[in-house]
Design a protein around this ligand. Structure first.
Ligand SMILES: [Fe+2]
Ligand SMILES: [Fe+2]
Length: 193
C-alpha cells in the first residue's frame, strides 16, 4: 500500500498573509537616533536597577547583568555596523569628526573588554559588583559623549536617519535571533586583565 504523502495536512493555508504592516511601520518609524537613544535609556535603567538591588541575590544579579551585557553587545554592534560607517561617509572631510568616531570606537572596545571581565567573575565574588559598576560608569560616560557630540553632528550631516533606523531595526532582529553564534564567540576572546 502506498503511503506516499497521504496528505493529512499537506496544504498549508499558505496564502494568508498578515496584511497589517503598512500603517505603523511606514508612516512614522523612528529614526536611528531615537532608536539608539531608547537603547541608551534601557541599558542605563538596568545599571540603576542593579545599584538598588540586593547584592546578595546572586541569581537576580546574574540575570540582570547578563541582560545588560547582551543589550550592550547588540547595541555596540549595531552602531559599529551601521551607524558609525554611515557617519564616516557623511563626515568625509572633517578631521575632528573622524577623531570623534575613532574615540567612540575605542570606547566600545574598552567596554567590550569590561564586559568580558564582568562575565569572568562569579556573582558571589567581591569584585563582581565593582566590575559591573565600573562598566556602568564607563557606559554612562560614553553615552553622554555620544549623544552630545556624535548625535549632534549626525543631525547636521546629510544622512537618511529614517532609513538607517529601518536598517537598524532589521539588523537588530537578526542579531537577536542568532545572538549566540553572532556575538558570543567574538567577545569571548577579549580579556582585560
Ligand atoms: Fe556607542
Ligand atoms: Fe550608543
Amino acid at each position: 500500500m502506498a503511503r506516499i504523502g497521504s496528505g493529512t495536512d499537506t496544504r498549508t493555508i499558505g496564502s494568508r498573509q498578515p496584511a497589517r504592516r503598512s500603517r505603523s511601520t511606514l508612516r512614522r518609524s523612528k529614526d536611528v537616533l531615537a532608536l539608539l537613544q531608547e537603547d541608551h535609556k534601557r541599558v542605563q535603567k538596568m545599571f540603576r536597577q542593579f545599584q538598588k538591588m540586593d547584592h546578595t541575590d546572586v541569581d537576580g544579579m546574574n540575570a540582570l547583568v547578563e541582560a545588560a551585557c547582551s543589550e550592550l553587545e547588540v547595541h555596540t554592534k549595531l552602531e559599529e555596523e551601521l551607524f558609525y560607517p554611515a557617519l564616516r561617509e557623511a563626515f568625509t572631510d572633517e578631521e575632528e569628526q573622524m577623531e570623534m568616531l575613532e574615540e567612540a570606537q575605542i570606547e566600545h572596545d574598552t567596554a567590550k573588554g569590561l564586559i568580558v571581565s564582568v562575565r569572568a567573575l562569579q556573582p558571589g565574588e567581591a569584585r563582581y559588583v565593582a566590575a559591573f559598576t565600573v562598566l556602568g560608569e564607563y557606559v554612562k560616560h560614553h553615552i553622554e559623549e555620544e549623544e552630545s557630540q556624535i548625535f549632534k553632528q549626525a543631525k547636521k550631516a546629510k544622512l537618511d536617519l529614517q532609513g538607517l533606523g529601518e536598517e537598524l531595526k532589521e539588523r537588530r532582529r537578526q542579531l537577536m535571533d542568532g545572538q549566540e553564534e553572532d556575538i558570543g564567540d567574538g567577545a569571548a576572546d577579549q580579556r582585560i586583565r
